[in-house]
Design a protein around this ligand. Structure first.
Ligand code: CTP
Ligand code: CA
Length: 244
């Protein structure tokens, strides 16, 4: 490549990236899942590694290979993801919650496979709320009780559609305030005007990076790698390391 020295604005920084979709067990062979591919989270992990960071990649279900050079931690359910984040986040300078965490899980895990029988009523699966991991990470950092650095930077993701109650941007700003994280990467999801699926499983993306400090939202568009590069540059700017 060119003669420019590689820019490594995250050199020496520890970054934990969660990615993919959690799977909430119903019985030993079945789960409730979602359509997250893990591509955007993997791209952010790669971009952080390229920027010099030590990356721990906490992978729920992903359709892509985890990034080379990351420490990979595999998880399945939201509760397992929470445990992995609580274990790894206190040592991190930056946390990126790109995982699609199931909001609800089956209230009980059936110990054996659910069978169908003609003399049986159709089963009903009751759901309970999962903990909000992102909110908990922010609260733990702010409480300063588990050794998490108080200047740790926490980045959330949001997938929003506009509707009669507001625009995707308004929902994103409200979510940023509610979660308490420093940055929120906002994607608009759902079918576009032509009915084609955007974001989930796609290689291209258009996101707005919202900041809690009130600075202007930044548009990041292009391949998921380009969006990841923009997110990592924005992280470096927030850390004040973007000129390294
Ligand atoms: N998130 C989390 N734990 C959850 C749910 C979400 O850590 N139980 C994180 C996601 O990883 C993401 C951010 O919170 O970084 C926003 O997720 P999203 O699903 O958009 O937010 P929710 O608070 O679940 O709101 P909604 O009702 O819109 O799904
Ligand atoms: Ca959710």
């Amino acid at each position: 490549l060119g003669a420019e020295p590689a820019s490594r604005p995250l050199a020496g920084r520890r970054v934990v990236v969660s990615a993919g979709g959690t799977r909430e067990p119903i019985d030993p062979v079945r789960f409730l899942g979602n359509r997250s591919s893990g591509k955007q989270g993997a791209a952010i992990a790669r971009a952080a590694i390229a920027a010099g960071a030590d990356v721990t990649f906490v992978a729920a279900h992903i359709d892509v290979a985890p990034p080379d050079g990351a420490d990979v931690v595999r998880v399945d359910s939201a509760l397992e993801l929470r445990d992995a984040m609580l274990a790894h986040v206190p040592a991190a300078d930056v946390v990126v919650m790109a995982a699609a965490v199931a909001d609800f899980r089956p209230s009980e895990l059936q110990p054996s496979k659910i069978k169908k029988r003609d003399d049986m009523a159709d089963p009903v699966i009751t759901l309970v709320r999962n903990p909000d991991i992102l909110v908990e990470l922010v609260q733990r950092r702010n409480a300063g009780t588990d050794g998490t650095p108080s200047d740790q930077l926490i980045v959330g993701f949001a997938a929003e559609t506009g509707d009669g109650g507001g625009t995707a941007l308004e929902y994103g700003l409200a979510k940023l305030a509610r979660k308490g994280c420093e940055l929120l990467v906002l994607n608009e999801v759902g079918a576009d005007e032509s009915g084609a699926e955007r974001v989930f499983g796609q290689d291209h993306n258009s996101a707005l990076i919202l900041a809690r400090d009130g600075s202007e939202p930044e548009r990041a568009a292009g391949s998921k790698d380009e969006v990841a590069g923009a997110v990592v540059r924005r992280i470096a700017r927030a850390l004040g390391t973007d000129h390294r």
